[in-house]
Design a protein. Structure first.
Lengths: 787, 290
């Protein structure tokens, strides 16, 4: 029995996760576990080519397969007006290709059969004739004169341009760059990566033709938003659609979009009148679902000779793939990339971004990116290190000199973001203390003298999470506010219903703890219900680290609403005025007379009981609210990475990693640490090995987990975590999001460490992933290899 | 879930039974040993076999590592894990244990076999380099009996071996010579990945001078199961850093790597040199211990 179990808190504190017994015992229930009577199986035929016109599709042989029930092509969907669907970025995406295929792996047709094997076999019987077209693969030439046009389906579209976006003040930036002593420019690529969740995407659609009711089990991070979109697209009334997200095996943003496969399963169930299951395989997941990053950035930083940063500006080319399907708030086409000024108090900033179509899978916002803050933080933390390199100063000292000071909060950045709170220097000092930074530098100097390659990398990040205020933020017109409902049963047990959906974050524990802290009911007596649109209030779901900032606030406030009502009922029970009551967690007592008290459980029984309640008070002890956040929350952190590089083979070994996170009030430190551990592992993976690459024909080279490398326990060190606490001033319990902090903050720390190790070779920058080959290329003066 | 196309399955009960099946079913049949290469190919529908002949039942007959006179004989169905744990190999050919530690992962090593590895003939496969360095001889059996093929002639191209239709690899023989030791080095992007480059070296030393030295490389293209010219360069000489570098240069010259996701051709050529030096250096150091 561990200390954790013995001292289970009534409220915030370290405790084991309530949901884990079912996961560790193999009793989780995922979409692929759903079995319904008469259920059929759907498999999707995908394009083998990146860019080709469809000449003809012959499905007759597949139709003749004895176990095949239906074969559907884009032409069939077009007859129903369902061949195209809206994306979350106001573009359209083909459900099944009608005119041409635009990326390798695009959906072309589907088969519904009696079993999964037959469905797969029948795919090979479909004969598609393609007329190959030149693909747009290199994003740098996508806008060149004469480049093939990917989206000729769009009216008057004659190029591959999607949008331009700008933030900051170009003139002000120009002015500070003109007066600066030092200007450093660096081309920095954040390669295309994939979140690769353990569970791939899938759905089971069950349309009841008698009731006209659709039930959809789906791997979704946003069941309510999906329901509304299905209603809008498929023409089914919203109250007749129930979306259920059961246990989800990892989302990381990759399960925010609506994929063609979900729509295909719905169409199939509508057509055949039976439940239809679609679950993609690993290769389909890697080649067709939401990728992440793919930003080609030119970063520029201007500073005084003594290391005062004056301005940062950047020019970005963004590869959005064949359809603009990134999931970001409507007014933020580049997500929250605008926070690229980082944690520094500077005079001016400007960014310009151009997004283009290419013949690659759509997506762009995924892999725990906090709406593109991964890219922003990588840019600023890399370019600040480049400046340190040029000025030949310690990167810690350069950052200390420029960090925003505590008295400057709330701090409005030069791109208009209002950082709610922060006290940066103590966080950085804590990371240095844990790492013993000065000793590391001394060791490094010794090793360098012996020709050994040791690197120390730092990143200091500020995140912007918890989207968001509905005046600014919506997705396809749906405001990013979230509901929460709390019911306290007569025996004092409670159920809290959330609009956000866990994919492994531990919501069933964290949200029970939030409620327990507010109303004093033990955590084990509070059930968390989520992931079912019929059972939970409306809200936009879990991504962008928004659950605790938005729904966490909702849970705290709905509990306070219940507590306020309980106080009135207690005043009747204790025959004392409301003002004379005192709340100690779990009970009201009369001030000065602590013997006269009632527990929340006694109040619950009274609320549902036979006796009279105070005048004007309804029976029951339930409440519901919808929380509209006032601002985002801005967690921050300081990370220090230590690497050793074998000078002969250029292999990088991450020896140590210190992560000090400040996410405000800490609800369950164990869950926070778990989130941080996962994110750091992601970061090491991205920095050292992960990349979705393509050959010149647009063939995806990362279509299996043998080709797309994910880090294992053997590539990462024992994580060393620490924390500081700067509560959010506007969040009811002072909490900030933390789910993506480590994924956002760790890649630059690793890369900075590798580049630091290579300082004897004069290396200032090298692009991810820093495979042994790339490190060796950098050591040999070719930081940007051709592959 | 990735699922294979339909196929017929039969479980062989003896080597002769397996050979009989191969003979009868022709080229549409494939043997499956550990299955860690073939089954993924089937699931990805990259192979059009119609018959699968499962030889896992032959582990009793073909799963062994034993010393016979001046040879160590390894049965083709010996699993990676058994190679890793073999005391005979650990004592005589440490290169095996060093290679097995970094081949794939424990799940693969529990099932995969030496015969399957050599017959898959993947250019990035590690054991071929090991067997090349150790001057192994492969025993191939068919309906007409057995024939012996030296490791250097066993691979006739990527994914192609000297095993003819109707034949199977049944044993690998390693000559035991006095004064020998061996070592293995591998660079990989991640644990369990295929090698960017791997190298195996075996040396034999008598009275302070090389009597023989062999190096096998994997994942560098060309015919590098046994790198030519190294024995000639080292034989009769006393070990030195200069010699290791010389051998490394020979290795780098004799390979023909391709640029791919695992690394640039230049880097792989560099590794051929660096890993040859390292394995020779360690193998020589090991001869003192034996």
């Amino acid at each position: 029995m561990t200390a954790v179990e013995e001292e289970k808190p009534v409220g915030h504190g370290r405790m084991l996760r309530k949901e884990d017994p079912r996961f560790v015992r193999g009793r989780g229930r995922y979409v692929d576990d759903v079995q319904l009577p008469g259920m059929l199986h759907l498999a999707i035929l995908r394009s083998p080519m990146a860019h080709a016109r469809i000449v003809s599709i012959d499905t007759s042989a597949a139709q003749a397969h004895p176990k095949v029930v239906a074969v559907v092509t884009g032409a069939d969907l077009a007859e129903k007006g369902l061949a195209w669907m809206p994306t979350l970025s106001n573009d359209v995406q083909a459900v099944l290709a009608t005119d041409k295929v635009r990326f390798q792996g695009q959906e072309v047709a589907f088969v519904v059969a009696e079993d999964h094997y037959a469905a797969r076999d029948a795919l090979e019987l479909i004969d598609v004739e393609y007329d190959m077209l030149d693909p747009v693969v290199d994003v740098r030439s996508a806008l060149a004169q004469g480049a093939p046009v990917v989206r000729d389906d769009l009216e008057d579209k004659a190029d591959n341009h999607i949008f331009d976006w700008e933030t900051g003040d170009a003139d002000a930036a120009e002015a500070v760059f003109a007066k600066a002593d030092v200007v450093v420019t660096e081309d920095i690529v954040y390669p295309r990566v994939h979140p690769a969740p353990m569970e791939t995407c899938g759905s089971v659609a069950d349309f009841d033709p008698v009731e006209g009711r659709l039930t959809l089990w789906s791997t979704t991070q946003a069941p309510h938003a999906h329901r509304t979109l299905y209603a809008m697209v498929a023409g089914l009334p919203e109250h007749k659609i129930r979306v259920i997200a059961p246990d989800i095996g990892g989302g990381f943003g990759g399960k925010v979009p609506i994929y063609p496969g979900y729509v295909c399963s719905i169409v199939a169930s509508l057509v055949v009148g039976k439940p239809v299951k679609w679950v993609e395989d690993r290769s389909e997941n890697l080649i067709s679902t939401g990728f992440a990053r793919d930003y080609i950035m030119r970063g520029e930083i201007a500073a005084t000779r003594d290391g005062r940063i004056l301005g940062i500006r950047t020019n970005v080319l963004a590869d959005h793939g064949a359809f603009n399907a990134q999931a970001a708030p409507t007014k933020y086409p580049a997500g929250f990339f605008g926070v690229f000024t980082g944690s520094y108090d500077i005079e001016a900033a400007h960014a310009k971004l151009t997004a283009v179509y290419t013949n690659k899978a759509p997506g762009g916002v995924a892999y725990a990116c906090s709406f593109r803050i991964t890219e922003a933080v990588y840019l600023v933390e890399r370019i600040v290190d480049c400046l340190a390199h040029e000025l030949d100063v310690d990167p810690v000292q350069l950052r200390l000199k420029n960090l925003i000071k505590p008295e400057q909060f709330p701090y409005t950045t030069k791109t208009g973001w209002v950082y709610d709170s922060g006290d940066y220097e103590p966080t950085l000092r804590e990371a240095m203390r844990i790492a013993d930074y000065d000793e590391l530098r001394r060791e490094q100097a010794e090793k360098r003298a012996r020709g050994e390659l040791m690197g120390i990398g730092l990143s200091f990040f500020t995140e912007a999470v918890g989207a968001g205020p509905r005046k600014d933020m919506d997705i396809l017109g749906l405001g990013m506010a979230d509901g929460c409902e709390l019911r306290v049963h007569p025996t004092g047990k409670a159920v809290v219903r959330l609009s956000v959906q866990t994919q492994g974050q531990g919501h069933e524990t964290t949200f029970a703890q939030i409620v327990a802290e507010e109303i004093g009911i033990p955590v084990d007596d509070i059930d968390v219900v989520h992931g079912d649109t019929d059972q939970t209030p409306f809200g936009l779901g879990t991504y962008g680290s928004r659950s605790t900032p938005v729904s966490g606030a909702a849970a705290a406030l709905v509990a306070r609403k219940v507590r306020d009502k309980a106080r009135i009922i207690a005043s009747g029970m204790l025959e004392a005025s409301v003002a004379d009551l005192e709340w100690t967690k779990g009970a009201f007592s009369v001030k000065g007379d602590p013997e006269r008290s009632v527990t929340i459980q006694e109040i619950a029984l009274r609320a549902h009981g036979a006796g009279d309640l105070p005048e004007g008070i309804e029976g029951g002890l339930d409440a519901q609210i919808c929380y509209n956040p006032e601002n985002l929350t801005y967690p921050h952190g300081a990370y220090i990475c230590v690497v050793d590089i074998d000078p002969g083979t250029a292999q990088v070994k991450v020896r140590r990693f210190v992560a000090v996170d400040d996410c405000g009030t800490r609800i369950n430190p164990m869950i926070i640490e778990g989130q941080v551990h996962g994110g750091l592992t992601d970061g090491v993976g991205m920095a050292l090995m992960e990349m979705i690459s393509f050959d010149e024909d647009g063939n995806c080279l990362g279509g299996s987990l043998m080709d797309y490398l994910l880090p294992t326990a053997l590539e990462v060190p024992e994580w060393e975590t620490g924390y500081t606490v700067t509560p959010s001033p506007h969040h009811p319990i002072g909490a900030k999001g933390v789910g993506e902090s480590a994924t956002v903050g760790s890649p630059p720390a690793v890369v900075n460490a590798v580049v630091d190790a290579l300082k004897p070779f004069g290396v200032r920058h090298a692009d991810m992933p820093l495979t042994p080959s790339r490190v060796w290329e950098a050591m040999n003066g070719h930081a940007k290899p051709s592959f | 879930m990735q699922v294979p196309a339909p196929f017929e399955y039969e479980r062989a009960t003896s080597v002769d039974h397996a050979i009989g099946l191969l003979d009868r079913l022709g080229e549409s049949a494939r043997l499956v040993a550990g299955g860690h290469s073939l089954l993924p190919m089937m699931k990805l529908r990259l192979t059009d076999l119609e018959y699968l002949i499962d030889i896992n039942g032959l582990h009793g007959e073909l799963g062994y590592v034993r010393r016979e006179g001046d040879e160590v004989r390894i049965g083709a169905m010996t699993r990676h894990r058994e190679l890793l744990e073999s005391e005979i190999l650990a004592e005589l050919f440490p290169v095996f244990m060093e290679a097995e530690k970094v081949i794939a992962d424990p799940i693969v090593r529990n099932r995969g076999t030496i015969g399957g590895s050599l017959c898959q003939a993947d250019p990035s496969e590690d054991l071929s380099a090991v067997c090349g360095a150790l001057d192994a001889v492969c025993v191939i059996r068919g309906a007409d009996g057995e024939r012996l093929v030296p490791m250097e002639e066993f691979h006739v191209g990527p994914y192609e071996t000297a095993v003819a239709p109707g034949e199977m690899l049944v044993e690998v023989r390693l000559p035991v010579r006095p004064g020998g030791c061996s070592a293995f080095e591998k660079v990989e992007r991640r644990v369990g990945d295929w090698a960017v480059v791997s190298a195996a070296a075996a040396v034999w030393i008598d009275q302070g001078a090389f009597t023989d030295a062999r190096v096998g490389l994997a994942a560098v293209g060309g015919d590098t199961v046994g790198v030519g010219g190294i024995a000639e360069a080292l034989r009769g000489q006393r070990p030195s850093e200069e010699l290791y570098t010389r051998a490394g240069e020979i290795a780098a010259q004799s390979c023909d790597p391709a640029t791919d996701a695992r690394g640039s051709a230049e880097y792989k050529r560099h590794l051929a040199k660096e890993l040859t030096r390292r394995t020779l250096r360690r193998a020589v150091a090991g001869t003192g211990r034996a």
